[in-house]
Design a protein around this ligand. Structure first.
Ligand SMILES: [Zn+2]
Length: 258
């Protein structure tokens, strides 16, 4: 039972940060400050009281409606909070309480924000990926483990190679396809490569492309949409990154040594 308590605390912490991620998802693409003003109802603009801003719980207690104007609150708000909380619990469960777990948790939160902004606006903002690349190089050099050899450090060289592999591959595709690949995707993969190394970023790109293609085919069949349908790539790359982070080592071992 006592083993259970740290995970409850991490879940609560993850949902509180998830609540802040909702603010980021709404405000970053609209060029609004993420600090000021405090959260408001998007319909009636009434500031949301602290007791109505408890992650997940407030949504349930208010029945998914604004207390003042009764406008529906998007189901995405509690979803993002739960998603971030679950990812945090997973990071601690997989990697324990360590400095690199903090960075992995940060990466997961960045991926959640990227996913929903890309879904809404088809952009991946530089304010997330550029600091992410810097954190990736610094943390990758100093404290991140190699996701495929968990007991050895990634190191500066592998971090830079990862950055160049992730960013470079997508940059080449962007040049060759004349704009078929967005600049945001390039920087996102540079960030993931810097933090996890070249093997991880290549696996991420493989998994992201595979799930993206499967989803695209699914859309074509079910909705009869042609090749012109534009599907944002960010959410699939985020999914690939998370799967690689948690199960990359197992997938790699299974593929090469089975
Ligand atoms: Zn309202």
């Amino acid at each position: 039972m006592s083993d259970f308590i740290p995970y409850v605390i991490i879940f609560v912490l993850g949902s509180i940060i998830g609540s802040f991620l909702n603010v980021c998802i709404y405000r970053i693409p609209r060029n609004l400050s993420i600090i000021f003003p405090s959260s408001r109802c998007p319909s009636c603009n009434t500031p949301i009281k602290v007791y109505d801003n408890i992650p997940v719980l407030s949504y349930v207690l208010l029945g998914g409606k604004c207390r003042i104007c009764k406008a529906g609150i998007s189901f995405r708000y509690p979803l993002v909070e739960v998603l971030n909380a679950v990812l945090f619990v997973f990071v601690i469960w997989r990697f324990g309480f360590a400095w690199h777990s903090l960075i992995y948790a940060l990466l997961c939160s960045a991926l959640v924000v990227i996913t929903f902004i890309d879904l809404d606006f088809q952009i991946i903002p530089d304010v997330i990926t550029l600091p992410g690349i810097v954190v990736g190089i610094v943390a990758g050099s100093l404290l991140m483990p190699d996701p495929f050899m968990r007991h050895s450090l990634l190191g500066f060289k592998a971090s830079v190679i990862g950055l160049l592999a992730g960013g470079g591959l997508f940059y080449a595709i962007a040049v060759l396809s004349r704009g078929g690949m967005g600049g945001g995707d390039i920087k996102m993969m540079a960030m993931v490569g810097a933090l996890m190394g070249w093997k991880a970023v290549l696996l991420t790109i493989f998994l992201g492309s595979l799930t993206g293609a499967v989803f695209g085919i699914f859309l074509m069949i079910t909705q009869g949409k042609g090749r012109k349908t534009k599907i944002p790539f960010g959410p699939f790359l985020a999914l690939g990154s998370v799967v690689t982070l948690f199960y990359g080592q197992e997938i790699f071992t299974w593929y090469f040594y089975r």
